[in-house]
Design a protein around this ligand. Sequence first.
Ligand code: DGT
Ligand code: CA
Ligand code: CA
Ligand code: ZN
Length: 581
Amino acid sequence: MDNKAIANILYETADLLEIDGQDSFRIRSYRNAAQSIENFSEPIKDIISEPKKVLAIPGIGKGMLLNLQELLTSGTLAIQSELLKKYHPSMLQLLKIQGLGPKTIALIWSAYKVCDVDGVEKLAREQKIRELPRMGEKHELKLLKAIEDYRRISGRFLIDVAETEAEKLTAYLAKMPGIDRITPAGSLRRGRETVGDLDILVTGPACCDAVERAQAVQYVAKYPPLMSLIAQGDNKISFRVRNDMQVDVRLLPPESFGAAMQYFTGSKAHNVALRQRALKMGYTLNEYSLADLKTEKPVAGKTEEEIYAKLKLDYIPPELRENLGEIDAAEKHTLPQLISQEDIQGDVHMHTVETDGRNTIEEMAEAAKARGYKYMAITDHSKNLAFANGLDDERAVAHIKRIREANKKIDGIRIFAGIEVDILADGDLDLSNDVLAQMDIVIASVHSVFNQEPAKMTERLLKAIENPNTSIIGHPTGRILLRRDAYPFDLDAVLTAAAKHKVAMELNSYPDRLDLNDVHLRQAKQRGVKIVINTDSHHTSHMEKIRYGVLQARRAWLTRNDVLNTLPAEQFARAVKHEWN
Ligand code: DGT
Ligand code: CA
Ligand code: CA
Ligand code: ZN
């Protein structure tokens, strides 16, 4: 059991205790412990035999130590099992509905003895939720909307979560004898912002012989995080892991590995179009090979490259395989030279301890330098974001001074002085223009009052773009993947204004933002708007998330020319002052 799994059980227990109406001190002790364990670098299971070490972790007392010992020896926690018996596991699903907290769930339970999503939805439709204390019609409608959102997003996972699961499984499969290659296919390989299930392809000599293959399938079935088996066949096994993600593992002989990669990478729409092309050219295409239609003799299948080549197409990168014009472009040799991570010269959205970041200016700079960046920008929050200890004019000026000093002190990287300034409800920026004008780079972002009418929100963003100090609009649609939708506004009007005023749009690489998304990025490019790919790092370890941003940029057909932070430092500095070519 890894730290994440332990933390999950403690979080769930805390939620159940709260539903059960237990005292807040006890509930908090479970949440605190969960949080510490989640962030603890060493696996708890390795140190559990040394109680002193465990007790040294913040938030872990003697009682929690006993819980951890119990969890790691038996795999379960008696207090959690009893609460689940009392309430039912579906309670935990209810907690995933936005705005439905333990207190409301407890209220619904005590009044109606209902504790599952379908049941609560029915109550809301029958207008029985509004009759509960402190609830009303508004709450009830909000709840119905939240249930709808929950159904739409449940069963999908953020890209970094999927990637971590794929890496863990790959490390396990690599220990199997007779295996040469293990690779993810499906939406993860295409870099989609969220992933439904994992598709893992395995090949090597062990996949050719029926007996060895059966042994390999047996080996996969013993994967420790496997929680439930869905299906098991001669060369395929499907199961669920602890976070409920489904994994499909397929074992394939080397001669059809390329065909399988092509097929299982998808997308389905791309495959359908490709198969039609193959048929027109006298071939059949399936997961085993590209074969002659008449003789049924395979003509390609070992690699994807040879399949695309036989179909008289340039190789199509997985990120483009959505049947959005890529096949046509591959035929005409007009596929774009997609941006790559090496093109990124600097990361220009990051926070420090001065507001809600975890590292100092110097630490962030050293980390950026270690990644090979030529420049970076420190962009802490402004005062409207009070919970993040945002800067007022005076502190912002002092911070600029500190950034400039750090820039002098540290060689080998240029540190721009910037700010992530809030766009207030009326479109004004949260700091004086006088202070903003002293910045090298100004990212303007919406962090509050998300629920404006679309026309009002559009006006608000347009006003921010028209401010001559604004360089970039940060995470422009405000969505949080799997949690919060974008605020509604007229994106096209905003993009048109951004092109006119030479204000760039951010592609925020944080895995739960990835905003602008692939579709909007393509739209931005068509409108002539430049993009900046940032990480919004709040810790030195976040800078590596840039690769998720680059993946989305690739999905949007972007080249280095579309992205300002591929420019050398001097040119970049001018570009964020509205000097685009
Ligand atoms: P996901 O899992 O919802 O994030 O999306 P995908 O794209 O990974 O979809 P999935 O896991 O259902 O299937 C993996 C790939 O297998 C998919 O991208 C294309 C291929 N595939 C699945 N079903 C079909 C099908 O009926 N026809 C064709 N041509 N390809 C299919
Ligand atoms: Ca999939
Ligand atoms: Ca699948
Ligand atoms: Zn922000």
